[in-house]
Design a binder for this molecule. Structure first.
Ligand code: XLS
Ligand code: CA
Ligand code: CA
Length: 439
């Protein structure tokens, strides 16, 4: 079989002392960590759209990278993307991948042709999955790129467009099931609005819920046992995306009784666009029993858009993994690199450096998160901070025994109360640094 990246070796673990740029220093796929192999705990996934398709175009210029992989026809190009993807995953010990229908295969003249194209490439992908022992983390449908979705898909003002989106989702879901996918993602794409002067928000949200319900019913009836996810994002492409952040999505899922089938796919860059930290969004998902999967990337804090950079900030990966551990680890979800090499990083080596950087940052973050838990000082501080709720009046509040009157009587008996409990943020930040760096 043709090799697409002949200059790239199989990337090996060489340990923290290595200066070989084509080696892992922290990700050691078969090493046991926290009771399992690192590769099974981190569940890294390649995002087909960025790695196999994105050519570095931006608003001001055309592509800087060639992702045709030597294909002479459109279909051959997409076939080659599949072969190249598995070669990369194999060389990088990335065990999962994620796709949109449109990344796998090009759109045809009709929905039937488009779906046949997806099924054709999925046939090749299925064989490659068996050959390389790779798995599908999640699939999704691109219901935002084609101009027909200018007003949204599930929230479009045009019922024919809604039906078209349903057909596309059915095909993408069938493909996900056929490939044994563990998840199916809905990212709102163009589900949002620009102005309320032309928008019936109530109807749009009701319709979006109808579409999700239909997808869940269809998936369950056709053997899909994985998780459906909604991926929150506050803005881009529309000014106001309906799936603004984790809390907004949870309210939506509860209103429409969708919590049984849907969890959250939290993306780091979307969290920061919403004005939250990545850790905040993960925590909201976790404490609401809705933690599902992660789109691993990072944004640029000086830019107001979705830059989808490979994650290298070890504070972020550490605090992220702390949340993942607290959530009990991944079940159907994993860490999908919804990330791309910068436009100016245009060589194949840059793709590999990007993955190594992201994977090492997460492997290191995982080890550091375990160290934080083992150290125990931060957890102990938090526990002690709320100790007043374990006995006396606090225990009555927590158990539901206390009433407004009983609390009023209690407060009157105190006469006055002062809070002298320091939050000790700097002390804790110093502990965090000490756990991360003092060795
Ligand atoms: C775009 C989203 C998208 C989803 C999948 O901003 O991150 O890539 O992850 O549709
Ligand atoms: Ca994403
Ligand atoms: Ca993104």
């Amino acid at each position: 079989m043709k090799e697409f990246f002949p200059q790239i070796p199989v990337i090996k673990y060489e340990g923290p002392g290595s200066t070989n740029p084509l080696a892992f220093r922290h990700y050691n796929p078969d090493e046991i960590i926290d009771g399992g192999r690192m590769r099974d705990k981190l569940k890294f996934a390649l995002a087909w759209w960025h790695t196999m398709c994105a050519e570095g175009t931006d608003m001001f210029g055309s592509g800087t990278m060639d992702k045709s992989f030597g294909g002479n026809t459109l279909m051959e190009t997409y076939e080659n993307k599949a072969y190249a993807a598995f070669e990369l995953m194999n060389k990088l010990s990335v065990d999962y991948f994620c796709f949109h229908d449109r990344d796998l295969a090009p759109e045809g003249a009709t929905i039937a042709e488009s779906c046949a194209n997806v099924k054709h490439i999925a046939g090749i992908v299925k064989e490659l999955m068996a050959k390389y022992d790779k798995k599908l983390l999640w699939g999704t449908a691109n219901c935002f790129g084609n101009p027909r979705y200018v007003h949204g898909a599930g929230t479009s003002c045009n019922a024919d467009v809604f039906a078209f989106a349903a057909a596309q989702i059915k095909c993408a879901l069938d493909t996900t099931i056929e490939l044994g996918g563990q998840g199916y993602v809905f990212w709102g794409g163009r589900e949002g609005y620009e102005t309320l002067l032309n928008t019936d928000m109530g109807l749009e949200l009701d319709n979006l819920a109808r579409l999700l319900k239909m997808a869940a019913e269809y998936g369950r009836a056709h053997g899909f046992t994985g998780d459906f996810y909604i991926e929150p994002k506050p803005k881009e492409p529309t000014k106001h995306q309906y799936d603004f952040d984790a809390s907004t999505v949870l309210a939506f899922l509860r209103k429409y009784d969708l919590t049984k089938d849907f969890k959250l796919n939290i993306e780091a860059n979307h969290a920061t666009l919403a004005g939250h930290t990545f850790q905040h969004e993960l925590c909201v998902a976790r404490i609401n029993g809705a933690f599902g999967s992660i789109d691993a990337n990072q944004g640029d804090m000086l830019l107001g858009w979705d830059t989808d950079q490979f994650p290298t900030n070890v504070y972020e990966t550490t605090l992220c993994m702390l949340e993942v551990i607290r959530a009990g680890g991944f079940t159907n979800g994993g860490l999908n690199f919804d990330s791309k090499a910068r436009r100016a990083s245009m060589t194949d080596e840059d793709i590999v450096h990007s993955f190594i950087a992201g994977m090492d940052a997460f492997a290191l973050g995982y080890k550091l998160a375990l160290r934080i838990i083992k150290d125990g000082r931060i957890d102990e501080f938090v526990k002690a901070r709320y100790a007043s709720y374990s006995s006396g009046i606090g225990a009555d509040i927590v158990s539901g025994k206390a009433t407004l009157e009983s609390l009023s009587d209690y407060a009157h008996s105190l006469g006055d109360v002062k809070s002298k409990d320091s939050g000790r943020q700097e002390y804790l930040e110093n502990i965090l640094n000490s756990i991360m760096f003092d060795r």
